[in-house]
Design a protein around this ligand. Structure first.
Ligand code: ASP
Length: 327
């Protein structure tokens, strides 16, 4: 018989949770982790908790994972306290809040917007790209015109606080957005869900690295980089320094590794190790991956400790500490 301690040790995230002392019962851990559970929703960072709550309202009613992941991340997009997503997000180095977002459904359909400005819910625009156009990705001015045509309203997303922070940054800021020390503001929300029918979907939305170059687009709207869903296998998503995720096509890689038999945690770990093997400066960057297989088994791994993710299984909505390569 597997003891609670053995069970925790067999599960990568179990180790993280145990060391962080976050989960108090084996039941909580089992429901959230590698036994698998459907429906289920997971998302990156602490703000994932509130977003999961919203997504769960849809999953609990037997709704589609696609609707859950679109609605869920909109909570973070609209929250001015979340300084890395949507309204209240940090601007680029010229003071513009520019948004990247994507969504992908169980059939492999995908929609994406990048370098979009002044819309509260870029993920909803991304879904319209998926459903109302023959394209996957629309950017910049074209995305703005498309959003207006679809009935979305423009509004200023730069809050007074974000403006103050940016003006403060301008006094001493050096353009080094890849350094976690100089710019720890990489807290994109990415969300993965499986619904009662067993269908998977995912979403990702961000204002990107704060004080980035004007026009810079990260991994968050790139299908295969920050998000990938394959209903036959599972789904994966990313947060962190997007350049590293793009260069290794991280989420696609993780789903393909799960297809070959790796567990979600093992696949995320290999995604992280791919970055570490390729980039001699890996210590200067943070990337965190989350994955869910089609049975609702969950895994996570990050370059550095500190990456957290939220798991909602209907009974509990808990914040988990991901294992990290530098643990
Ligand atoms: N991945 C995002 C980007 O590179 C940053 C983040 O995770 O917040 O734009």
């Amino acid at each position: 018989m597997t003891t609670r301690r053995q069970f925790l040790i067999q599960t990568g995230a179990g180790l993280a949770a145990l060391s962080a002392g976050k989960l108090s019962s084996a039941k909580e851990l089992a429901s959230a982790k590698e036994e698998g559970k459907r429906p289920l929703v997971i998302s990156t960072w602490k703000h994932g908790l509130a977003s999961n709550e919203q997504a769960w309202k849809i999953l609990a009613k037997g709704g589609r994972a696609l609707d859950a992941v679109e609605s869920g991340v909109q909570v973070a997009e609209a929250d001015p306290e979340v300084t890395s997503v949507g309204y209240g997000g940090g601007p680029d180095r010229e003071g513009h809040v520019t948004l990247d977002s994507c969504i992908m459904d169980e059939k492999g359909n995908a929609g994406s917007v990048a370098f979009l400005q002044n819309f509260m819910h870029p993920v909803a625009v991304a879904r319209k790209v998926m459903e109302e156009t023959p394209h996957v990705m629309i950017v910049g001015e074209g995305a703005r015109r498309f959003a207006l045509d679809q009935g979305f309203k423009e509004q200023d997303l730069l809050t007074d606080q974000a403006r103050k922070n940016w003006q403060q940054w301008l006094k001493t800021g050096k353009y080094k957005p890849w350094s976690p020390a100089s710019n720890p503001t990489h807290d994109t929300i990415s969300m993965l869900a499986v619904d009662q029918a067993g269908d998977l979907s995912g979403s990702c939305t961000t204002s990107g690295l704060a004080y980035k170059m004007h026009g810079r687009v990260g991994d968050s709207p790139i299908i295969g980089a920050a998000l990938f869903v394959d209903n036959e296998v599972g789904s994966a998503c990313a947060t962190g320094v997007g350049e590293e995720v793009m260069k290794t096509v991280g989420s696609f890689l993780i789903v393909e590794l799960m297809r070959q038999g790796l567990s979600p945690t093992e696949a995320c770990k290999e995604g992280v190790q791919r970055i570490i093997r390729k980039n001699p400066n890996w210590r200067d960057v943070q990337v965190g991956y989350l994955a869910m297989d089609r049975l609702g088994r969950v895994g996570a791994f990050a370059i550095h400790t500190g990456f957290q993710y939220a798991v909602h299984d209907g009974q509990n909505n808990v914040l988990m500490d991901s294992a990290g390569y530098t643990d």
